[in-house]
Design a protein around this ligand. Sequence first.
Ligand SMILES: [Zn+2]
Length: 418
Amino acid sequence: MTIYESTMSLILKQFLACSSIARRLVLAGVIAILCGLVTTPVQAAGLEVKDIRIGVHDGTTRFVVDLSDKVEPRIFGLPDPFRVVIDLPEVNFVLSEERIGDGAGLIEKLRYGLFRPGTSRFVLDLKTPSKISKQFLLRPDGGKPWRLVLDMVPASREEFLTSMRPRGETVPQVATKPPPLLNRPQNAKPVVVIDAGHGGVDPGAIGISGAYEKTIALAYSRDVAKRLRATGRYKVVMTRDRDIFLPLRERVRIARAAGADLFLSVHANTHPKRSTNGFSVYTLSTRASDKEAAALAALENKSDVIGGVDLGDYSDDVQNILIDFAQAKTNELSVKFARDMLVGEIGQRARLLGRPWRSAGFAVLKAPDVPSVLLELGYISNPKEEKLLLSKSHREKMSAAIVRAVGNYFKENQNANL
Ligand SMILES: [Zn+2]
């Protein structure tokens, strides 16, 4: 160890000792494990993030990541809203407690997770534009592991834009034009695409006891996919089958590339009023059916911002929802499935939200030729419903009802896939 490194280590120790560290204890892990939703992750040999700390001292916010090995991070900023993105090679997060949530100092909120295969990501939402005043890597010392250290100080918008600008491509490679639908033989099985909302660096909504929407969405999606496959009547494609981020446009692209006949995006909702509960389903429309549906679409469409995707790299067609003639026909089928099939089946077994079918400009429902619906399984801001959504029996009941609705849809729309 060099003198520089030991000095830096000492400075770091002192810095952290006098810092106020904001911590938010999230109980998601405990609840999810108790309810059998997740098992303890298999820790593959490889890079590990062991701890994350935020310290605030004299206007400087220090962000420290404890690592099992040396890394070469890629760090850049994205404006509107101001974010700092830290990309690392794919890592296992083996923290003693979840740190997704509130930050401290200049960091408003903190998220992390798998961004794409081979890349894990931190996204720091900033309270004000900031710049990195120092950035270094400390070697293991005195029982401490490798540490990535970032110091941030307030800056002007212009300073942020010039000093934090990303170099090179910042979004996952996705086809700019969706591929044409597959030419399938006439008697081919209908293709159903199940899209587990959020994932990886985007946890989605966070429940009253800390359950993550992304975890619930994946558990239900897996169950629905398994049941659909078991009927032998469908080809089933999942947009994601692990805890990984997917841009909204990529989800639509996967559905189109698979030649989907039906697309189900699975989510869970939150509401400021704790008592709000019940299942609801959404279809695409240029004019939202009501204010709440519009607000929900705005929130769900934020996934790319949350994941640290630079929207400037996209053409703005994900943001601007225009329904053309082809989409109008597709939309009729979406509405039929949502209103006539899904609400009926779920309503027999679970609580429904008042007016359970609604519509708004959801970017993920935008495939012009694929009937698409977005399911909000229930409200994880409601303590009872959060618990229910985490229970195996409720998941099985809901999944079975969704599968019956899919069956009814294809029975009534023999030609729906033409
Ligand atoms: Zn969602």
